[in-house]
Write a protein that binds this ligand. Structure first.
Ligand SMILES: [Zn+2]
Ligand SMILES: [Zn+2]
Length: 647
């Protein structure tokens, strides 16, 4: 038996590659459950399997199915959950839709989508049952990780085993936390862990099916499914509890948490405070007015804000506009900037992290991102101060609501006014969208922000969506930081990774730029940026997976070579220092015959060695040609677009 194959019974095996692939064997024939990147094919020969048909999929994620085309080209028919069919055979519609790219408030279907479509031969719905060789398979709907996820209940050799996709990874664990982001009463944007009730229902169904083993896509085979599931349900409840206790959403949508109302472990909501006379609020804008009637504008979310400023100018309330500060990159804070910059000649100032996004949005894929470029005249560093009329201003990097966020302390008139963007309301912190990259840990994310509030002791805190001022007591700051420290532990225990942030922070592997124009016959370069959330340095290696159409002479349905032959770039190695980013550059040569259009280039990553299902061999030539080597396809992706910029 090859070392990466586990035999559960005579006819049932599991290939333990980057994902677990189920193998139901009948003589020289096999049915597979999920394909992973296709390298399962290498393990089939040694166990005497010469033909695969069909392959059935638990869900559409790229790491489940990126090798499916290769096996399909050798005759395997593909069966997928009916609800996710479009995520297999119509992926171009997803990739070309502006709705998958800009102003993202809904995050389903998931972004971990196949780069290229595969042919679908059959679909499965809840309760479908079929026999294959010695086995009976029943389809169990188990949404949560994705909307259309299913599990396969396999009865063979007198045993019942369930292949449950990513519904559970191990006792008390899920593979990641960010994929559970889902809206219930509003958009997905406000739905941190919003798929939890759905997942808990799915877990109940898995438990009731009474299997003797549970095989997850990522994680370890569970011999006591009931105990593993109970531990996960309890862990999810605890994690959600801690989130609700200090959520800013109590201010915006108290009904979201109706079932928690009145609970004693919630942080008490602060009363608002009157707004000092030097400030005005309209739209998402706070405007500071000096004694001599100069205006300093903070955020400009729409053309209406520009009209409002003009109105106040003509009414004589202000005599000129002297600056624009941007709290963070979200569309409802920046969409009016192009109009503002046409109307008023003054510097635009913001933290470097925000400037990087709003001056070049094409390079990023983030929630609530606007495609319009803004001009930034001064990108500030953390702690940089300047005078503006009778006020002293100090800029901060303020990774609260998003990682790309600024804070501004304005001192004057005996006040210490802190403009914290969307990071806080009087109910707590604004971390309801995991895609905003809210890191947990001492000195990062909200812990850093609250620490700064403790140090700066503002008399007033302002949020662009709240029309009064507020503040926090020292006790509240301490309790929020204690909550976050507890969450770092709880969320860390919830995922099979070295730190909670790997489960929270989907773009811990990302490509920069995310999207770029390029020309046929030319070259493109992209940086793969790896955020190492671990406490020690981690080596990594990556390579790009090129579109099949780019490989000259590759008939897509008759490949007779290794799955990745000619379709991947050489491995490039990098090193990510502890709690920091590592970065390597991949160069892509674009074929001269490349048709005009949008091309999606996923990236293979080998990271460290500890976090992967098997230790990676030295990448880059161990088997020549850049092929081979464990290489789970992580959710990093770049869009390379040929010809002209986006609509
Ligand atoms: Zn998945
Ligand atoms: Zn925001």
């Amino acid at each position: 038996m090859p070392p990466d194959v586990a035999q559960l019974s005579e006819h049932l095996l599991v290939y333990r590659g980057p994902i677990n692939v189920g193998i139901v064997r009948d003589g020289a024939k096999a049915l597979l459950i999920d394909s992973g990147d296709g390298r399962v094919a290498e393990a089939l020969g040694p166990i005497g399997v010469t033909s695969v048909d069909p392959i059935v999929f638990t869900h559409h994620h790229r790491d489940q199915a990126c090798g499916a085309w290769f096996l399909a080209a050798r005759g395997a028919r593909l069966g997928v959950p009916a609800a996710e069919r479009d995520c297999f055979d119509k992926v171009a519609a997803y990739w070309s839709s502006p709705q998958s790219r800009w102003h993202l408030y809904n995050l389903h279907p998931h972004h971990l989508m196949l780069a290229e479509p595969v042919r679908v031969d059959m679909t499965f719905a809840a309760g479908d049952t079929f026999t294959w060789g010695p086995a009976t398979l029943r389809v169990l709907p188990t949404p949560g990780h994705t909307d259309g996820s299913v599990s396969y209940v396999v009865d063979v050799d007198g045993r019942r085993t369930i292949f449950c996709g990513d519904a559970i990874a191990a006792a008390g664990q899920v593979w990641d936390i960010h994929s559970l982001q889902k809206g219930t009463q509003t958009t997905d944007y406000h739905g941190f862990l919003g798929a939890r009730p759905q997942l808990v229902e799915s877990l109940g169904r898995l438990k009731a099916a009474g299997a003797s083993a549970l095989v997850p896509s990522h994680g370890s085979i569970m011999a006591d499914p009931s105990a593993a599931i109970d531990a996960l349900v309890t862990a999810l409840g605890r994690c959600y509890d801690r989130y609700v206790a200090i959520s800013a959403l109590w201010h915006y949508f108290p009904n979201l948490f109706a079932e928690y109302a009145g609970r004693k472990d919630l942080m008490p909501i602060r009363q608002g405070k009157p707004v000092p006379g030097c400030l005005r609020h309209f739209g998402t804008t706070w405007m500071l007015i000096s004694r001599d009637k100069a205006a300093f504008v903070m955020d400009c979310g729409s053309a209406d804000a520009v009209k409002e400023i003009r109105r106040r100018l003509s009414a004589g309330e202000i005599r000129g506009v002297e600056g624009l500060w941007v709290t963070h990159y979200h569309d409802d804070h920046v969409d009016g900037i192009p109009d503002f910059q046409k109307a008023f000649d003054c510097p635009c100032i913001t933290d470097r992290s925000v400037a990087a996004v709003i001056t070049d949005p094409l390079a990023w894929r983030l929630p609530c991102l606007s495609p319009h470029k803004a001009r930034v005249d001064r990108a500030t560093t953390d702690g940089e101060s300047w005078r503006w009329h009778e006020f002293k201003m100090t800029a901060y990097h303020f990774p609260g609501q998003t990682l790309y966020h600024a804070g501004l302390l304005v001192e004057g008139e005996g006040l210490r006014m802190f403009f914290g963007g969307d990071s806080f309301t009087m109910a707590g912190i604004d971390d309801y969208c995991a895609a905003n990259r809210n890191w947990l840990g001492r000195g990062v994310g909200f812990d850093r922000c609250i620490g700064l509030l403790e140090e700066l002791q503002p008399t007033h805190i302002f949020n662009p969506h709240v029309d009064v001022a507020f503040d926090f007591t020292g006790e509240q700051c301490r309790s929020m930081r204690a909550n976050l420290a507890e969450r770092e532990k709880l969320y860390g225990q919830l995922v099979p990774w070295e730190h909670a942030n790997y489960g929270m922070d989907e773009p811990w592997v990302r490509c920069h730029p995310y999207e770029q124009p390029a020309a046929a016959g030319g070259e493109a370069a992209v940086d793969v940026v790896v955020t190492n959330h671990s406490a020690e340095a981690r080596p990594f290696a990556c390579r790009a997976v090129l579109p099949r159409a780019w490989r000259p002479g590759l008939p897509q349905d008759a490949a007779d070579e290794p799955a990745d032959a000619g379709l991947v770039t050489a491995w490039v190695r990098g090193q990510a220092p502890a709690k920091s980013e590592g970065r390597v550059r991949l160069s892509l040569r674009i074929p001269g015959q490349c048709p005009h259009g949008r091309w999606v280039i996923p990236v293979d990553l080998v990271y460290g060695g500890r976090d992967l299902p098997q230790p990676p061999p030295p990448p880059g030539g161990a088997r020549g040609g850049g092929g081979g080597g464990p290489s789970p396809r992580r959710p990093a992706i770049t869009l390379t677009r040929l010809g002209h910029p986006l609509p």
